[in-house]
Design a protein around this ligand. Structure first.
Ligand SMILES: [Zn+2]
Length: 218
């Protein structure tokens, strides 16, 4: 059971109402949340990578079948998941951010942060491995988490430019302005040179999108 699945089980146990997503009447695979006959669990396979991820999730996002952050935990072994709280930082998250083996980056669009915090590349000349902190929720929730988390305000902000997509050899819709969490993570993996993991994650995201669209049109 990966970190996301642990968090999901925990959150589900606390939840008194069942999340009713689109197509909820059809039986879903309890793991990948896709229609059972289109289950994509087989492609959940860990790939080698030289970086880690910390998913800081809005409490509502954890149970959403549309969530794609969970696919990162299927591919990258060093994936940690936390539920965000406005009141206080998670102790385990703080310990992770302060762990000397990691160089944390808060992944967020450049124009929300002070320019001196923003970087578009990874710091080189360090033995620390990149730890990508992803704020996972709707866009509105992510912005709220960004602005209301003082414990993240000292981290460098890593911003991806939309035109960077193709240079990583990953397919991307040119018309799309907002990427799903898994797509952003695939780009970060590619940026770090973890090509196989990047491709696997991108593929997993596309399989999920396909299966979900097929389910809706069914
Ligand atoms: Zn499945």
């Amino acid at each position: 059971m990966n970190r996301f699945t642990q968090l999901y089980q925990q959150r589900k146990a606390q939840s008194t109402t069942e999340f009713v997503g689109r197509g909820a009447r059809r039986a879903r695979c309890p793991v990948c949340q896709v229609r059972q006959d289109a289950c994509i669990c087989a492609s959940a396979k860990l790939q080698p990578s030289g970086c880690g991820f910390a998913l800081v999730m809005h409490t509502k996002e954890v149970l959403r079948p549309s969530n794609t952050g969970r696919f990162i935990a299927d591919i990258v072994a060093d994936t940690h998941a936390f539920i965000w709280s406005r009141q206080e930082a998670d102790e385990a998250l703080l310990a992770l951010l302060n762990d000397p083996q990691w160089q944390p980056y808060l992944v967020f669009p450049a124009h929300f942060a002070e320019p001196e915090r923003v970087t578009e590349t990874l710091h080189h000349g360090t033995t620390k491995k990149p730890l990508f902190v992803m704020l996972d929720g709707s866009w509105r929730e992510a912005r709220k988490m960004f602005h209301q988390s003082p414990w993240l305000s000292s981290l460098p902000v890593l911003a991806l430019r939309p035109d960077q997509a193709s240079s990583y050899g990953l397919r991307s819709s040119p018309l799309k302005e907002q990427w799903a969490t898994a797509e952003v993570a695939a780009r970060l993996l590619a940026m770090n040179g973890d090509t196989l993991a990047a491709q696997s994650l991108q593929q997993r995201f596309e399989d999920f999108t396909q299966a979900t669209l097929a389910g809706r049109c069914h």
